[in-house]
Structures are given as structure tokens and as C-alpha cells.
Design a protein around this ligand. Structure first.
Ligand SMILES: *[C@@H]1O[C@H](CO)[C@@H](O)[C@H](O)[C@H]1NC(C)=O
Length: 182
């Protein structure tokens, strides 16, 4: 308001015409830049590996002599929950592809879409692409985009395996996601 008034006063003093400047949007007038938010999202997901109701399925087998399971590839559609128990509130689905992509160690590639179904982010998605060194804790992976509330998203996820409650048939991973979005 004050700026607009100042511009008007300046123009009336100098005799400049409005139309000369109207087609340029100054950075200070791009309101969406100032409205970027940072959200912290905390959830768990559950890899279920069994015969009847698996949420991860291996789609590529690896030859037996290849080290570190290199090449093994899986598809996932995991429940995302508020707490570490499968019975806690479901907040979305973690869907995507992952596989062992490191000859030297247990390093996975992750192509994951987090589809939120509850709360303020219901209907929005976040996409994560990254390297996941599964034998370590505090594994960092980039958030590369999103939809809905998460348009223009950039950020990072920190993943930690919950070894204390996990079994080979039910593996629980905690995610802390920090994301900047419009
Ligand atoms: C993840 O977030 C939870 C809840 O805010 C917090 O208690 C925990 O320390 C965080 N973990 C990491 C690794 O940042």
C-alpha cells in the first residue's frame, strides 16, 4: 500500500506513464515467494513380507554369486501410521520401487511416493528419490517434489529402522520429513 502510494507520488512528480512499468512483476510483488512454508512430518511405514498379504513384493531376483543382493528389486505399497504400531492411526500409503543398487555394501535406491490420506495433507503427495544405506541409521534422502499442499516441495527425509519392534516379516521404519512448499 505504502509502496503503491510512493510510486503514484513519484510518477505524478516525474510525469512517467503507468503502462511503461505494468508488464514487469517485481520480486517484491511475487506474493507466493513470501508464503513458502516449512513443515515437519513424522510417520512410520510398515514393510509386510508374507505369502497372503504382502505390502512389498520382489519383482527382480539376483543371480546367487552377485554380492550384497545387487539388483534385487521390490515394489512397495506400505501403510503409513502415526505411531510405530500397525494399529495406530493410518495417515497414508508409501508406494514405489526400491532395490539394492550398490556392489560394495547394502545400498538401496528409493523411488517413493508418500500419499497422505489424513489430516491437513490429505490428498497431497510427496516424492522422494535417493540412496538408502540400509545398514546405517539416520539415513538422509531428498524430497524432490510434491502435489496439492506440497506443490514446489523441496526438502529431506531422515529414515531410521525400528529394529526393536521389527521382524523379517514386519519391518518398521520411522521417517522425519522436513519440507519447504508453497
Ligand atoms: C523425529 O521426530 C520425532 C517427533 O517429532 C522426534 O521425537 C525424533 O527425535 C525425530 N527423529 C529424528 C532422527 O530427527
Amino acid at each position: 500500500m505504502a509502496l503503491a502510494l510512493a510510486v503514484l507520488i513519484l510518477m505524478s512528480l516525474s510525469g512517467a506513464s503507468l503502462s511503461d512499468e505494468a508488464h514487469i512483476e517485481l520480486p517484491s510483488q511475487k506474493h507466493h515467494c513470501a508464503e513458502n512454508k516449512v513443515s515437519h512430518i513424522h510417520f512410520y511405514y510398515h514393510d509386510i513380507r508374507n505369502e497372503e498379504n504382502p505390502s512389498i513384493v520382489q519383482i527382480v531376483e539376483t543371480p546367487s554369486k552377485v554380492p550384497n543382493g545387487f539388483g534385487s528389486t521390490f515394489v512397495m505399497d506400505d501403510a503409513m501410521t502415526e505411531g510405530p504400531e500397525m494399529g495406530s492411526k493410518h495417515v497414508g500409503r508409501a508406494q514405489g520401487l526400491f532395490g539394492l543398487a550398490s556392489l560394495e555394501d547394502l545400498g538401496m535406491f528409493m523411488l517413493t511416493n508418500f500419499a497422505f490420506t489424513e489430516g491437513e495433507f490429505a490428498g497431497s503427495t510427496l516424492s522422494m528419490v535417493g540412496r538408502n544405506p540400509i545398514s546405517e541409521q539416520n539415513r538422509e534422502m531428498p524430497i524432490v517434489g510434491g502435489t496439492g499442499a506440497f506443490r514446489f516441495a523441496t526438502g529431506y527425509a531422515i529414515a531410521n529402522s525400528l529394529d526393536s519392534v521389527s521382524t523379517p516379516q514386519h519391518f518398521v521404519v520411522e521417517y522425519n520429513v522436513t519440507v519447504r512448499h508453497s
